[in-house]
Design a binder for this molecule. Structure first.
Ligand code: C2O
Length: 571
């Protein structure tokens, strides 16, 4: 095994798109940032040099950080933020995992531009055909304003991107934006490593005239599933093989944001497209074959376009997920049959009174603040001077500030009335709620089942729920309200897909199970950025087990605990 070392210099640079120069925060001057490419079992060392004006941390999304919660990169949970002009070194191993993951800033909004791929290669080969080439496809957004100043209530002031390129559907003053181009050789197999790094949108991805065979998702193998469309939610990854078996020519690759069902809201559809082009110096002998129906052959100048679904069609996403099962593979553990803890978590919006003001329930939004909730409580970390993991490890103060995440929503919380959707502004219907540092403790090894229930008020937004430090078995999903008796019968306990980010269907639910076997304090949150910043978060605290190999070790030698950190920053 090797030690793979990187230096990430976070700084602000000017980039120009749509005729406008924008100051963006990026790593090593690149967007997407540098790729990390390692082999299972390697050690990773990343020196972060923060030359940006913002507090920073980097989270290794999907890396389990087994017995190493210290490197998880959540500010004031696992570490102090890296202040401007300061450095921090992340050290961790990647063992027992392989596939496509990614890294991003764990700071509100900055992950839009501070992100990159994190690829873990299998040490002994992957259980599918060896591709001719591997191609990262990072779907993201370009924000027209500096993100620090983006008005988060304006629903869209962004463009979609593939590998940082906006594509020729965006232009200004007649100048087209450059699009992503993928050169392929006829007959060859390509592995696309697709990552949704966008803040807000689920995407549908298609390539005209080509099919995908999905072989992995969230760095877990999937039984090969052939489809002409990929659905991917913020935070998720999908690995898919594509055979360049169409007649040589040029084909559009399109990423379309999947939006809420009508009529909730309409917003501009920010499609991005790139091109898959065959190398011309090659004749496959299939030129007479016209594939793909509409659009016909694409050997001319106009590339063939895929037929995209309606952007309000959420069923394609639902079925895509429903069709995934995990591959039988030595890395995959069986689904635990017993359950030690059961949680039912409703995802909602609520209103809290702005500080110092009295407000009545939902009647006036100027007095109320809209927050995102789990079981009708919105997460807010109290002002603490010691990161919680440090307080937890050294058994010092602060831990008593946490409030237990209830098993089920409080009785007053109405999540069953789907008729709320179409009857007026949702601010009027928001449940009054409160803010607290929500947490839930699990003993080491506990098998936890969580049902996430999306609520009527959440219909306009998607809820990709991400758990740090663990993977989850996705047992079943459905529409409407979860029913304990009826829906348990639908569980796939044989070969459910395993993910770190599970999409809760719009107006529906999803049931997952995981083994709390990684001691530490783990963020569990919605990966839809605005829900995260509005408080759709809870902490899962996994207690130490009985032995050293089941307990959180002391922080790494160069990890600054609070006293040292404060000393350093007084200078
Ligand atoms: Cu990808 Cu807590 O985040």
């Amino acid at each position: 095994t090797a030690v793979v070392e990187h230096t990430f210099v976070v700084s602000q640079v000017n980039m120009t798109h749509l005729c406008r120069e924008t100051l963006v925060t990026v790593v090593n001057g690149q967007l997407p940032g540098p790729a990390i490419d390692v082999t299972e079992g390697d050690s990773v060392v990343v020196h972060v040099v923060n030359k940006s004006p913002y507090n920073m941390t980097i989270h290794w999304h999907g890396v389990k950080q087994r017995l190493n919660c210290w490197a998880d990169g959540v500010p004031m949970i696992t570490q102090h933020p890296i202040l401007p002009d300061h450095n921090f070194t992340y050290r961790f191993d990647v063992s027992g995992q392989e596939g496509t993951l990614w890294w991003h800033a764990h700071v509100p909004l900055l992950r839009a531009t501070v992100h990159g791929t994190f690829i873990i290669r299998p040490r002994h080969g992957a259980p599918f055909l060896k591709p001719h080439k591997e191609i990262p496809i990072v779907i993201g957004e370009w924000w027209v304003e500096d993100l620090a100043f983006v008005d988060t209530t304006a629903e869209y002031n962004s463009a979609s991107t593939i590998n940082g390129k906006l594509g020729d559907l965006y232009n200004c003053s007649g100048a087209m934006e450059e699009g992503y181009k993928l050169d392929v050789e006829p007959g060859k197999i390509y592995l696309l490593r697709v990552i949704n790094a966008a803040l807000l949108s689920e995407y549908y991805l298609k390539i005209a005239g080509h099919k995908f065979t999905v072989v992995a998702a969230d760095a877990n193998y999937i039984s090969p599933y052939t489809t002409d469309i990929i659905a991917i939610a913020p935070g998720q990854t999908v690995d898919a093989l594509v055979v360049a078996d169409a007649s040589p020519g040029r084909y559009y690759m399109i990423a379309l944001p999947n939006q809420p069902p009508k009529p909730d809201f309409q917003s501009p559809v920010l499609v991005t497209r790139g091109i898959v082009q065959y190398s011309n110096n090659h004749s496959s002998g299939h030129d007479e074959l016209v594939r793909g129906g509409a659009g016909g052959s694409s050997s001319g100048d106009v590339p063939m376009s895929p037929e995209m679904p309606d952007n309000h069609d959420n069923m394609i996403s639902f079925y895509f997920r429903g069709n995934l099962t995990s591959l039988h593979h030595p890395r995959h553990l069986p689904v635990p049959g017993r359950i030690d803890e059961r949680l039912f978590i409703t995802l909602g919006l609520g209103s809290v009174c702005r500080q110092g003001q009295s407000c009545k329930r939902g009647d006036n939004t100027t007095d109320n603040l809209i927050v995102a909730t789990m079981n009708n409580v919105s997460f807010q970390l109290p002002t603490v001077s010691t990161p919680l993991l440090e307080a937890h490890y050294y058994n010092t103060s602060n831990m008593e500030l946490l409030q237990e995440l209830p098993d089920v929503p409080p009785r007053v919380f109405n999540f069953t009335d789907l008729s709320l959707i179409q009857t007026g502004p949702k601010e009027k219907k928001l449940e009054p709620t409160s803010k607290a540092a929500l947490a839930r403790r699990f003993r080491y090894g506990a098998v936890v089942e969580v049902v996430f229930q999306s609520t009527a008020l959440m219909q306009s937004d998607s809820n990709p729920m991400h758990l740090h430090g663990h993977d989850m078995f996705v047992l079943a999903q459905g529409h409407g309200n979860y029913d304990m008796v009826r829906d348990v019968a639908k569980y796939n306990l044989v070969n459910p897909p395993v993910t770190n980010t599970v999409l809760v269907p719009r107006l529906g639910w999803v049931a997952v199970r995981f083994v709390a076997d990684n001691p530490g304090i783990w963020y569990m949150h919605c990966h839809y950025e605005f829900h995260l910043t509005m408080g759709m978060v809870a902490l899962f605290i996994v207690e130490d087990g009985p032995t050293e190999s089941t307990s959180l070790p002391s922080p790494p030698v160069d990890f600054l605990v609070s006293d040292e950190y404060n000393l350093q920053n007084e200078k």
